[in-house]
Design a protein around this ligand. Sequence first.
Ligand code: RIB
Length: 292
Amino acid sequence: MAKITVIGSSSMDLVVTAPRRPNKGETILGESFKTVPGGKGANQAVAAARLGAEVYMVGCVGGDAFGKTILDNFKENGVSTTYVEPVTHSESGTAHITLADGDNSIIVVKGANNYVTPDFVENALDVIRISDIVLIQQEIPEDTVKYVSEKCHEFGVPLLLNPAPARPISKGVIENAAYITPNESEAAILFENQDIHVVLAQYPNKVFITEGKNGVRFHDGEKEVVVPSFPVEAVDTTGAGDTFNAAFAVALAEGNSFEKSVRFANRAASLSVTKFGAQGGMPTRKEVEESV
Ligand code: RIB
């Protein structure tokens, strides 16, 4: 069983479904409001656990009702919360999501996720050291991403960096990470003013660009490869990227080839968008296998 540590955010998603987005200064009537567990880190932890991995979450929740719901959700999905800390003087992270015009727009308020500092992560070095792979994203402090990249490099544990939301990343972090999975707009920020085809060739089997419906592009050391996605009727695309990253990590940790791992991850991500909520459609291992 793949042992995976996820270091990242845990939030509540406050989701409004509306016929369209309001203009500046305008009030419109929405159709529904739901609160569901989210946060890129938590989403990736839950997705990996549903796919059969042994998962350790390293993160912080607030000492509020949302924090309790987030912790319960980890437990229900078989994610270890040994390294998840309730922060009593902070509110839980929240993501304010509007679903309209067939896509989402999101404002994240980090709250307790700001407390996922290098000092906090130090408490989890024992589990990081023995992980098959570590997953990290960018809804936690920048220093933490740098610290984890250095520790993973020192321990020889592969780090999968999902650089979302986008921010510029130091050369050191890029070098320390084993895998980096930006979407197209994140890649443009990470590798500003660089030809993306040159970047891919410079980082073979390391930079995997997710291009939504087009699939995933990477360089295999000899040539550029695009692994196509699986066409589905999308209900809610929130969390598709998180499902991709988790499934990719699981498949890599199980020793599969890059191409096979991307195909498995594309399949899991395509299933994830067929239901409402970031975690609502995240498939189990059986569901991915039966979809082939
Ligand atoms: O990647 C999707 C996630 O991004 C949502 O669950 C929301 O919490 C935002 O952080």
